[in-house]
Design a protein around this ligand. Structure first.
Ligand SMILES: C[S@@+](CC[C@H](N)C(=O)[O-])C[C@H]1O[C@@H](n2cnc3c(N)ncnc32)[C@H](O)[C@@H]1O
Length: 216
């Protein structure tokens, strides 16, 4: 098993993270014991960050001690892997759908570096008081104005890096995905260097993940 990014390991088929809560599973991932540690397989069909890694992500913004604002935490699938990757940081897992909260709370209770936040990503001023310093914003929410929401959160929390999952059909179902991705990316150019645009097929249709570095 080879460490391809800090905290991310390549298996014979697929990838895994080192489980910071041995014995605890979040979805239907496999737990593998190797060389005294436990690893959780990471399913690219369930996680856009895993899909981006499988599809050739080149620069990884997360470190062991990164503090991450995760917008659109849902029931905690990808946030739980980010928690494994950043065991010495804090993951602020924000979600607004109450139906997702039960599972997210269970995950956050086990994974001590995750803090669940009920909130709406469109209004960062409403949750800013419960967030500490942020190194990376990861945003995966199906909203028509995804770029504007990221820009607002970037203004508020001043991260160094951001990752944005763009779902073209949430923004415009009539325009071609290519055109939607180009227009959304153009909205971000003043504030970010676009490090990479990763097409998530075949794991996710009509989605890209943008890897972004905040301009100084
Ligand atoms: C595609 S799911 C996220 C999946 C998750 N990132 C993962 O990989 O495990 C998108 C989530 O964003 C949430 N969401 C959408 N708009 C939001 C908003 N304005 N504020 C907070 N969460 C939002 C939805 O309720 C949904 O749970």
């Amino acid at each position: 098993m080879k460490e391809i990014f800090p905290g991310v390991y390549r298996l014979r088929s697929g990838i895994a993270t080192e489980n910071n809560t041995p014995g605890f599973r979040v979805y239907d991932e496999k737990l593998l014991k190797m060389e005294g540690s436990e690893y959780r397989t990471w399913d690219p069909l369930r996680s856009k960050l895993a899909a981006a890694i499988m599809n050739g992500l080149t620069e990884f913004p997360f470190k062991r001690n990164s503090n991450v604002l995760y917008l659109g935490a849902s029931s905690g699938t990808t946030p739980s892997h980010v928690s494994d990757i950043c065991p010495d940081g804090t993951i602020y897992a924000l979600e607004y759908a109450k139906r997702m909260m039960r599972n997210l709370f269970i995950v956050c209770e086990k994974k001590k570096n995750m803090i669940p936040i009920i909130g709406d990503a469109r209004f960062p001023e409403r949750y800013a008081q419960v967030i500490g310093p942020v190194d990376v914003i990861y945003q995966d929410i199906a909203q028509p104005n995804q770029a504007e929401i990221l820009l607002k959160n970037t203004e508020k929390f001043a991260p160094r890096y951001a990752m944005l999952a763009i779902k073209s059909r949430s923004i415009n179902a009539v325009k071609s995905p290519k055109q939607v991705f180009r227009e959304e990316t153009d909205k971000l150019r003043d504030r970010f260097d676009i490090l990479q645009t990763i097409d998530l097929q075949p794991y996710d249709k009509d989605h890209v993940l943008l890897n972004l570095k905040v301009k100084k």
